[in-house]
Structure formats: C-alpha cells, structure tokens
Design a protein around this ligand. Sequence first.
Ligand code: B12
Ligand code: SF4
Length: 498
Amino acid sequence: MNILLMSMPDSSEHMPSIAIRMPNGALTSLAGNIDPHHRVAVADLILVQDSVRPTVTRLVHELQPDLVGLSIMSFQRKTAKKIINLVRTLRPEVQVVVGGYDPTLAPEAYTEQSDALIDFIVRGEGEITFRELLRAIEAGSGFAGIAGLSYRNGTDFCHNPNRMVSHLDQADIRLPNRAARVLSGYTMLGHQVDVIETSRGCTFDCSFCSIIEMRGRNFHTYNYDRVIADIRDARDRGARAIFIIDDNISLNVPRLIGLCQAMIDAGVNDISYTIQAMTSAIANHGETLAPLMRDAGFRYVFLGIENILEEDLLFLGARSKNTQRENGRRVGNASLKAIEYLHRNKMYVAGGLIVGSPDDTAEAIEANLAFARKYVDWPYIQHPTPYPRTPMTRDFQERNLIINDRLEEYDGTTAVVRTEHLEADEIEFLRWKAERWIKLRHLPATLRHNPGFVMRNGLKMFAHTFRGSTLGTFLGLEDERRAFDRYRALRRAERVYL
Ligand code: B12
Ligand code: SF4
C-alpha cells in the first residue's frame, strides 16, 4: 500500500518556525513499525507553514496514497479537518486514519461530526495497532479484533477495547524510519534537529497533563543500546541537535544517570540535547546528575516549574514533583535549587510556568513573571488550557471559568480561561508584556552558540517576538494594549494555514 503520514503545521507561540522546526516523533516511529513491503512517506507540515495546500496537493498527486494518516493535537483539530477534506477532494477513494492526543481523547469530534470524514482512529500508542490495521485492510479480514482501533461500520463507529501499552523491552517497537521523510528543513536555531525517545509514560498526575488519560500511570524504558542506535541514526542523517521527547525522562534518576554514562561511553555527546525534566529530580540529585548531564551533551533543560506558589502547585497537582527533600524530609520548592545545579554546570533553563489558575490575582501572576525574569534563561510561560478529559478541565468547567471554546486557540499562550479575579485578556496581556523582554535577554547566549544563524535571522526573530509593536510603542507614545491587540490579530491570521 502507499501510505502518507502527516503532522500538522500549527505551532505554538513558543515554537516560532523561523527558529524551531522539529520533526514529529510519532510518525517516523509508525513508519518504522509497519511491514516492509509498504511504501510510506512522512510529511511534517510544520516545514511548509506557508504552503500547506500546494504541498499536500503535490504529495497526494505524486504518492497516490491508498491511506493517509494524520497526527493531531487538540489545537490542530481545525487545520486537520481542512486537510482531510482537501485530501478527500483530491483522492476520493483514499482511506483516512487519525491518531495522537486529540483523536484519542476526543474521538467523538471525529466520529459524530460530519465536517471531515475519517475511516479509522488509532487510539493511544500507535505502532502495533497501525501495523495490524494495514494487515487487516490488505487481507480484508475485518477490524473487530484490533485493540486500540475505532472503525467505521456503515454509518456507525465501532470502538474496540483499548490496547495495553507496550513495555518497550522486548524489541516490540522497532527503530523509527527517518528515511521516510519527504520534506526537509528541520532546525533548532540553525542546527539540524531531530527527536529521539528513551522512555514513555509518567507516574505523576499533574491535573493539566493529558498523559494519564492517554496511557494510564506507567513508565517504560528502551534499553541503552536501542537509545544509542536511535541517536546514531539521527546523527548520521545530519542532526546536530536532538530533542528527547520522553514524557518524563527524569522519573527514574538512577536510570537517567546510567543513560548519561552510556551516551558518554558511546561518544554521542558531541551534539547538543534538550530534555524536559522535573525540578525535584534535579534538585535532589543534582550533585551527581547535573555534571553527568552536561558531559552527556545536554544543553537546554525544559524545567516543569509550573508555578512558584504553593496554592497554585496544589491546583495543578504538581506539588510533589516540585518538592526539594533533605534526608527524606520536605524542605520546600525545588525550582531554585534545580536551576542552580543546571547553571553551575553550564546548562540553560527553559522555564515552564503556568499562570492564570482559578484563584490567581495579578500579584500571583506577577510573582511568577518576576521569578522567570530573575532565574530562567528562556521563558516557556503558558496559561492553563482545558484539553479534553484532563482533571483540570473538569475544575474549570465546574467553576464556569472557560471563556473560549475555539479549539485552534488552545495553543498554551492564548488565555482561554479566566480566574475568579482576572479576565482572560488581562492574564494574557500580563504574560505577553513580560515574556518578550525575557526572551530578548537570551539573544547574546544564542549569538554565542549560533553566530551564523543569529546574524542571518536575528532581526526576523526580533520582529517576530515583538510583532504588533511599533516605534510608537517602544517610545511609550501609545498604550501597550494597542500593540497587544495588533499582536493578537496577527496571531489569529497566522492560524489559518489553508
Ligand atoms: C515532546 C512534546 C513536545 C515537543 C514536541 C517535539 C516534537 N516535534 O515532537 C515540544 C516541546 C515542542 C512540544 C510543544 C507543544 N506541545 Co507538546 N508534548 C510533548 C510530549 C512530552 C511528548 C509527545 C511525544 O512526542 N511523544 C512520543 C510519541 C512517540 O508519542 P505520541 O506523540 O503520543 O504518538 C503515539 C500515539 O499518540 C500514536 N499516534 C500519534 N499520531 C498518530 C498518527 C497516526 C496516523 C496514528 C495511526 C497514530 C498516531 O502513535 C504514536 C506512537 O505510539 C507530550 C506528552 C507529555 N507528557 O507532556 C506533550 C503534549 C503532546 N504537548 C502538548 C501541547 C499542548 C503542546 C503545545 C501546544 C504547548 C506546550 N505544551 O508546549 C506545543 C505545541 C507544539 C507545536 N507544534 O508548536 C499536549 C497536547 C494536548 C492535547 N490534548 O492536544 C501534550 C499531551 C502535553 C499536555 N499538555 O498534556 N511538545
Ligand atoms: S510530571 Fe510531566 S509528564 Fe508527568 S504528569 Fe506531570 S506534566 Fe505530565
């Protein structure tokens, strides 16, 4: 069969495509796990944000796919449906399968609404389900026995039982197939970037996170040899920066220590890595862990600080993962200690903060922004966003605080919920106003590591970060809210990819 797999072009404010265009890890993993006689192509549409329609049209004509698969996050649903309709117009007989977080957590949006016709949903982990689906299509053997699959049956949809998550230790999931990619231009600040994974899952239960509904509370790891082979494959294809997409790589600290050592021993520490980590893991084990991380090539650590106020951490269900301990006793918030270890070992902190929880006041938000200003290198500040089926979504619904149901704006930096004290617009304005300047401060460090890229693109990056502002704004001749309104209008227009 001819198969075309696509990820959506929609990106968040924090991932401006001028500077960061990363591949989707799911699609190459799916491509690596189907039977070898299929002809498979992977297209990350983030690489062609300005030409989605012509690119999809070209690919469908060239590849003549029998089956098209889309990987979709919630905020990408609207674009995904437009792409499905485009594909169906170009090739009416094609079968369409959707997978990823949105179709898994909100299948009704694909089965009960008639605005984009799909044939299958692969729910949860996809590799084995997708392989079995292709076999069943070829054999004409029916779909009833395939765990994790939803399929059209006349006018109805049948939802088979969930599939158990893979344990990753039996070689049951083969390496990704990067050769299947048909578009190019992946970059992280001018360095070719790729993604790899070393584990899946998490046993925490932060109320804003979709992971538990997606796969339950569990944690499974690939063995070090497989991880090294994956890194080598990415590196051999030109990657000089790697983003490790694990849900929570720092969950098992002894294993992370072993992994760093394995990377050092294998000599794959000559490129730079970005990981996402918990503050508690770094704060409580930083003495040993942080130097090893640095030696293994880790440069940016995306820290899930979430919030510096205890009440907010409680609401976010993120208190225990942000706790610093001494001799087993809780001694406070782990953020500062974790940042100190990372900085001491010459790593940069991308500070993940969430502002705008139900009881937040302007002072509470300002306290977090002040923290970001003082301690983090790159701010990744978001608003609580009610994604399908998270516990936090239920809280916001019960308190009647959701003010925006336009899903395409659920990109993390659009405030779609208000607090008991502040309107959503005000919350977003406070974040927007502060965050651009904190980002600007990181420019000298970026220049040091990526001089060529910054020389070529520095102005464009500045213009993008401050879009909406004019000379009058900088000179204080107009209310900053006017610049904010212009920024939001530009952002709305950017979201229309086709
Ligand atoms: C890594 C990651 C990122 C990286 C992405 C790097 C990249 N290009 O892949 C970065 C940091 C850039 C990122 C950014 C964002 N992310 Co993010 N991210 C993750 C994370 C940690 C892991 C996702 C991953 O790659 N897993 C590994 C792959 C192999 O698994 P997978 O994607 O689930 O795919 C499997 C199945 O879903 C299925 N599948 C997936 N697609 C398809 C398609 C088909 C056809 C089939 C058959 C099957 C299938 O099969 C795959 C293999 O088993 C998750 C989860 C978490 N714990 O937080 C959040 C998560 C996916 N992100 C999320 C969000 C919201 C975002 C942002 C909007 C905001 C933010 N939080 O930063 C931005 C937007 C990104 C953009 N496009 O601009 C949400 C999505 C929620 C939702 N309901 O949509 C998650 C779930 C986190 C959360 N809040 O709960 N993210
Ligand atoms: S620690 Fe990270 S991956 Fe785990 S539940 Fe919390 S946000 Fe999700």
